[in-house]
Write a protein that binds this ligand. Sequence first.
Ligand code: FAD
Length: 470
Amino acid sequence: MAYDFDLFVIGAGSGGVRASRIAASHGARVAVAEEYRVGGTCVIRGCVPKKLLVYGSKFAHEFEDAAAYGWTGLAPAHDWATLRDTVAKEVDRLNAVYIRLLEGPGVKIHMGRGRLMDRHTIAIGGPNGEQTVTADKILICTGGRPEVPDLPGREFAITSNEAFHLPELPKHVTIVGGGYIAVEFAGIFNGLGAKVDLVIRRDRVLRGFDEECRTFVHEALAKGGIKMRTETQIARITATPDGQGGGKAPFQVHTPLGGMFETDLVMYATGRVPNTAGIGLEKVGVQLNKAGAIAVDEWSKTTAENIWAVGDVTDRINLTPVALMEGHCFADTVFGNKPRKPDHRDVPSAVFCQPEMANVGLSEEDARRTLGELRVFTSAFTPMKYSFTAHKQRTFMKLIVEAATDKVVGCHMVGDDAAELIQGLAVAVKAGATKAQFDATVGIHPTAGEEFVTMRTPRAEPAPRKAAAE
Ligand code: FAD
């Protein structure tokens, strides 16, 4: 049977755009449906605008530090509208770049919501009604979305989606959640001058990351002025009747045992869910896993013969470079005659909180669970830049070495430019570098990074739970 397209892709985010244009470059006839904006979460309301806001907010520390280096007359005020609108303009520019990336190799873009009618038919809703097209193969890359728990007053809360478009910078922001998006936005709002409360259910932020690193970050956030409301839950949010202009903050946040505090903005960042609803998966035999994500095999193939899925909707590792890798592998395998599986081992990642955290390989806890004897090297120090500044941002580094093989199986850093440094070290870890090879590497002086090749004495066991953040 002749289909309209060889491949139909639902969702033009990181995974969808990469898969579409690579499949088209292999000669496939490709179309993609996008219901919001081409570029997806990363470009439109994730990594890119978030990192630009992080850059914007970090100037606060730079101005402070500059005084110690002799700069005077720096008492700048920040204009939120300028930053917000500049970031929005950059997002528009990138949106246009991504459209060109698709159109260049001939991918047909359908702006509208795609849903599966049967295994080869897709309906696309748009401003001019619904249209159907057929395709031999289908790729689902619908990503994920933030979810606000079902509690009274949830309508007063925003998510990261709305944080990029605030009409003005609130004086007091309450962020609920302890994951990477929560701590990143806490740093952004704190840097821009808002009072920030971070409400977390547990005792520390960043569950799942190396314990020492997360403790270091947690303490540094508190020291940086963020109010850490640990082991706290929210029962409901209410609007104060005279909030607007009445001298009171617009919202009240209530805890289950009767506690209450006022705030100008509540932002929920407690989790994201895969976008699997309302796209006809049940009609075509695409099954979900226990977590509600699309179940796929190691080739990203779903339980339906001609349907694949990549990116956040499969909830493997929810990062842009991983969605790109999965999309690229799919296109090369299915349309390029170059079969290759995505490799999810040793994926480096970063949290752009302030101080920044990045890592590649195993946390100490995972290494202890899965490997034999370890040698762990740590270093906590004040980098040269902060020798005589008032604000002293300490750095923490950690190498985890498998004793039997001498392989560096985990590499972690909290501190300035952690993501930039760890990206380089990720090549070494992925290549299976040994501690002896780290030791044989000459440092670049004077840098913080040279510490990674000069840590010589393993930490005494048992491991302390806390790194020295002070
Ligand atoms: P997405 O990029 O989410 O794309 C899915 C697309 O599908 C969207 O455009 C959506 O509109 C569209 N869509 C959904 N349903 C339909 C439908 N039925 N029909 C048509 N279109 C549909 N990752 C990093 O690596 N580094 C970071 O620093 C980072 N920061 C982040 C910060 C924030 C605030 C957020 C929310 C995420 C961040 N991420 C980061 C994660 C990253 O954005 C995602 O992992 C990545 O975008 C996943 O790509 P994807 O293709 O799976 O989905």
